[in-house]
Design a protein around this ligand. Structure first.
Ligand code: PEP
Ligand code: MG
Length: 579
């Protein structure tokens, strides 16, 4: 086999060595292979089962939506089920398999696309917009075909079936949380920036991940031996024996470094000059709880509850949620835990929650906007959080995502004030500062918000108008842009002056330049992925705050992110910081 080197961007650090496994969940139209006549009948049987599975799933979702969030929200799913089960629709797909010899996924995707295009030609606006519904249905059927082909393996949580580097165009959080993690050696993707949710999840699970070009990704085949991150920004395919040996040695050195850092586990997170900075962990799944035990954070600064919901086959009811939240509170035994209310929408759709098609989902119905439109889900979650607080006897911190208007915090506060006396729980309420609007008006939330937490991942994309998921913009998307830094610094100052606790839970907190500048801004807490806690603590313990504050004053006056990055890198080496 010829050794090849592919240029890659590291999304999650760490080396990995193992066989490639190409992940395809029915998103892509499979290769245009023409099936021989004798295989077409069995392909049709597969298509029929997939259609039945998709219809069944849609009807179950409709029933659940009607029960939990109102009959009007069930209609979308009932409508999709009618189309998916429509006889003429099936006959069109059947012809593609039997007459054209295409596979079942191809039939589902092309027939739905054909119907979508026809709808989009119509004059009636309502019908035009139904085109997207056909695409969703096609994708759903294709995904059922893929699951049937790969057997029950994924359903049983045993995907990948063996240790492998998972290669996929994109990885949605919903897919990633369902993987059997002991088998995931690494990820190779072709989309997403360093703050995409797939990258965040990979880092929080300490799984190495790289991004390559779509063309390079398409060249990878199941079973190809891969090495990730042996050299910076490189992916090696079919490496020779010497490189494989080097990779094994590097993986071992990384393991030893992690063990050495463990000596810091019980030491306080404070600067050289003695200023304490709370070091909290970001989490989002029950799978994260053992990691929290291993690194002893001062608390959880962001529990992404939407990831927890994504692990469930349907909307978890109040008792199920209460049990989850109580387990998290118990694990942290009295240390603060900030639960973020469901932040769905944009790149984090919830498969079973109804969501209309949106042209600009990142500027759309996400976070608190979605929750206020679905009061049943919002109330259920608040109630479960308060019940968990009452049952464990610990205060919960509840954080509202995607705030841009005071009315949103006021609405949540009102519901909370009504629920607290009924449940006997204790809660603080805080807001995420992820929009420039929230950052610039922090003072207006005095009395409504007990704390703020900067969501730098979104704050950066909204300030710079640069989609965090779009790899074409990775040169523009930078938290070190002075505009973003100024918003963070002023939000921190305003919140402190209003008596609110200040934290940050975006990925910037765990990057050396972020840790330094945020400590200088005066944040009370930094919340980072569990895998970054000890490294961040090592840096904080080597930091002179007065020097960092001088650096901050200088960089806030610089014109662009490149000069800030340069100035900060020089500071790190001058101060001999532990990074
Ligand atoms: C953020 O936007 O910085 C954040 C922490 O939230 P998420 O990454 O889940 O959007
Ligand atoms: Mg966010």
């Amino acid at each position: 086999m010829n050794t090849r080197t592919i240029s890659a961007v590291t999304l999650s650090r760490g080396a990995a060595l193992g066989p490639a496994l190409v992940y395809d969940e029915g998103e892509k139209i499979p290769a245009a292979e023409i099936l021989p006549p004798e295989r077409r009948e069995s392909e049709l049987v597969l298509l029929k089962s997939a259609v039945e599975g998709a219809v069944r799933e849609l009807l179950e979702t409709a029933e659940k939506a009607a029960r939990e969030i109102g009959a009007e929200n069930a209609e979308i799913f009932e409508g999709h089920a009618d189309i998916a089960g429509d006889e003429d629709f099936f006959l069109e797909m059947k012809a593609v398999v039997m007459e054209e010899g295409r596979c079942a996924e191809w039939a589902a995707r092309t027939v739905s696309e054909r119907n979508a295009l026809e709808m989009e030609e119509l004059d009636d606006e309502y019908l035009r917009e139904r085109g997207e519904d056909f695409r969703d249905i096609g994708k759903r059927i294709a995904s059922h075909v893929s699951s049937l082909r790969s057997g029950a393996c994924r359903e049983q949580g045993l995907y990948p079936p063996h240790p492998a580097v998972v290669c996929s165009e994109t990885l949605s959080p919903a897919q990633t949380v369902c993987f059997h993690l002991p088998h995931v050696l690494g990820f190779v993707v072709s989309t997403g920036g360093s703050t995409s949710h797939a990258a965040i999840l990979a880092r929080s699970l300490s799984i190495p991940a790289v991004r390559v070009s779509p063309k390079d990704l398409a060249s990878l085949k199941d079973g190809d031996t891969l090495i990730l991150n042996l050299k910076k920004d490189e992916l090696s395919v079919h490496p020779d024996a010497a490189s494989q040996q080097d990779a094994r040695a590097l993986i071992e050195r990384e393991r030893e470094k992690r063990i050495a850092l463990e000596a810091l586990r019980d030491l306080p997170s404070q600067t050289l000059c003695g200023r304490r900075i709370g070091l909290y962990a970001n989490a989002g799944s029950m799978k994260d709880l053992p990691l929290l035990g291993a690194v002893h954070p001062d608390g959880v600064g962001l529990f992404r509850t939407e990831f927890l919901f994504m692990e469930q086959p349907s909307l978890p009811d109040v008792p199920t949620q209460t049990a989850f939240y109580a387990r998290v509170l118990e694990t942290l035994s009295g240390r603060p835990v900030v639960f973020r209310l469901l932040d769905i929408g944009a790149d984090k759709p919830l498969p079973y929650a109804p969501h209309p098609h949106e042209s600009n989902p990142f500027l759309g119905w996400r976070g608190i906007r979605f929750l206020l439109g679905n009061p049943g889900i919002l109330r259920g979650q608040l109630e479960a959080l308060l019940l968990a607080s009452a049952s464990v006897g610990a205060e919960v911190r509840i954080m509202v995502p995607m705030v841009s208007n005071v009315s949103e915090m006021r609405a949540v506060r009102e519901i909370l004030d009504e629920i607290i006396p009924r449940t006997g729980g204790r809660a603080l309420l805080g807001m995420m500062v992820e929009t420039p609007a929230a950052a610039l008006t922090v003072r207006s939330y005095k009395g409504l918000s007990d704390f703020i937490s900067i969501g730098s991942n979104d704050l950066t994309q909204y300030t710079l108008a640069a989609d965090r998921e779009n790899s074409l913009l990775s040169g523009l998307y930078a938290e070190t842009h002075p505009a973003v830094l100024r918003l963070m610094a002023s939000a921190c100052r305003d919140a402190r002056e209003c008596g609110m606790e200040t934290g940050i839970c975006g990925e910037f907190a765990s990057r050396p330049e972020g840790t330094i500048l945020l400590a200088a801004m005066g944040f009370d807490e930094l919340s980072v992925s569990p895998s970054a806690i000890l490294e961040t603590k090592a840096l904080i313990r080597s930091l002179r705050l007065s020097a960092a504050q001088e650096l901050l004053a200088r960089v806030l006056e610089l014109p662009d992110s490149a000069s800030v990055a340069g100035e900060t890198a020089a500071f790190i080496s001058r101060e001999a910081l532990c990074v």
